[in-house]
Design a protein around this ligand. Structure first.
Ligand SMILES: *Cc1c(COP(=O)(O)O)cnc(C)c1O
Length: 385
């Protein structure tokens, strides 16, 4: 396969599928064979692309997939994914029928919702449910023993419903201080004790929990950010028990190079004024690609050297200041490595005063994703094609 007939621009994301496989194998070894791995592929697999990541995760040892929305789950089903898929967010009761029919598992936390949902399930279909407990995240979930008991009872009263799992979510697992996590875990344990019968899957840990809290593995982990090779936070990066390999890198090329004179200006608003004679390069990406205006003042890599982004970032282009002239088509790396130098996605996140989760998600679908296994090009994701 040649990527050149798959898209016609010189800005792209490379995804190293071997890195995804490596990260899953590492965590599998860490948590042990009794703990199942649910690969979290919501948000277009954190910007990496739903399908290739889902397939790679499943062949690397994940047994389940998780998404945030029913539509994400249905997209995976339409594209041939047969593994169990759990929707972690709230769904509409009216959509229980299609979820059951497509064997998509839903999150529940409300008795009335369950009663209503059951009326939408047809024939012999069964809807698999995961009961969400809010032990301190304050987002969705039941909080009391009574709610847990009642929901369990109502689910057992309906032949079309099956309680497949019970779970909670940590708010601070990516911090060194375990106090709040300990409190959440204690509340979860109390809620588990209310059950007549434990469902097959009990789960609490995201990546951070899975990698730092052996007491919270239960029977399944929900593995998101670290599957993509990223530490859940800077704070715990130093204490992770496994090595992670980032899967994503982001590249573009020079489309124009020019020399400008002192006093000459660059981009909208003329906010950048040259002090000296300077070489300015133009890059074919901008905020429509997720390379937002706040990237002004940050750096990119060319020929292994960091150079600054100057002037305002436009919708489809931005400019960099070069130490010298370079040939058109020279590769520029926005996130990733070049000649032993690198720009980590964490550095981009720090510049934007956000977290790397958001940076990866923000790279827009207009940017083709190119998938690699070693040196072999596997496929290209380009929604414009
Ligand atoms: C997104 C999400 C995860 C994955 O978290 P990571 O920090 O990316 O591992 C796990 N559980 C729930 C409920 C989520 O929403």
């Amino acid at each position: 396969m040649d990527s050149h007939n798959q898209f016609h621009r010189d800005t792209w994301v490379d995804i190293d599928l071997d890195a995804i496989q490596y990260n899953i194998q590492q965590v599998a070894e860490q948590v042990g064979a009794e703990v199942s791995i649910m690969a979290v592929v919501k948000g277009n697999a954190y910007g990496h692309g739903y399908l290739q990541i889902a397939k790679t995760a499943l062949r690397s040892g994940a047994s389940h997939l998780a998404v945030a929305l029913l539509d994400e789950a249905l997209f995976l089903r339409r594209n041939g994914i047969e593994a169990p898929i759990v929707v972690l967010g709230a769904s509409r009761a009216e959509d229980a029928g299609i979820a059951a029919q497509q064997q998509v598992q839903l999150t529940v936390f409300n008795v009335e919702w369950i009663e209503k949902a059951s009326t939408y399930i047809s024939g012999d279909d069964t809807l698999f449910l995961h009961l969400k407990c809010d032990t301190g995240m304050g987002r969705i979930g039941v909080k009391t023993a009574d709610e847990v008991k009642k929901i369990e009872k109502v689910i057992y009263q309906h032949a079309s419903l099956h309680l497949e799992g019970i779970f909670t979510h940590f708010a601070t697992a990516d911090q060194i201080d375990r106090t709040y996590g300990d409190e959440q875990l204690a509340r979860f344990q109390q809620l588990l004790e209310q059950l007549e019968k434990r469902p097959h899957f009990v789960h609490a840990s995201n990546s951070a929990g899975a990698l730092t809290r052996e007491d919270s593995l239960f029977s399944l982990i929900r593995f998101g950010i670290s599957m993509y090779g990223l530490s859940p936070s800077d704070e715990i990066a130093g204490i992770l028990p496994i090595k992670l390999k980032p899967a994503l890198s982001f590249h573009t090329t020079l489309t124009h190079v020019k020399k400008i004179m002192p006093g000459e200006k660059v981009s909208y608003g003329s906010t950048y004024v040259a002090d000296h004679q300077e070489w300015i390069g133009t890059l074919p990406l901008g905020y429509a690609d997720g390379w937002i205006r706040k990237m002004q003042g940050f750096e990119v890599l060319i020929d292994g050297v960091k150079v600054p982004i100057v002037g305002r970032v436009c919708m489809d282009q931005c400019m960099i200041r070069l130490p010298q002239s370079f040939p058109l088509g020279t590769k520029v790396t926005l996130i990733g490595e070049q000649k032993n130098n690198k720009i980590l996605i964490d550095e981009v996140a720090r510049h934007l005063e956000t977290i790397h989760y958001e940076v990866a998600c923000a790279i827009s679908s207009r940017v083709p994703r190119v998938y690699w296994q070693g040196k072999e090009l596997i496929s290209v994701l380009n929604p414009l094609k």
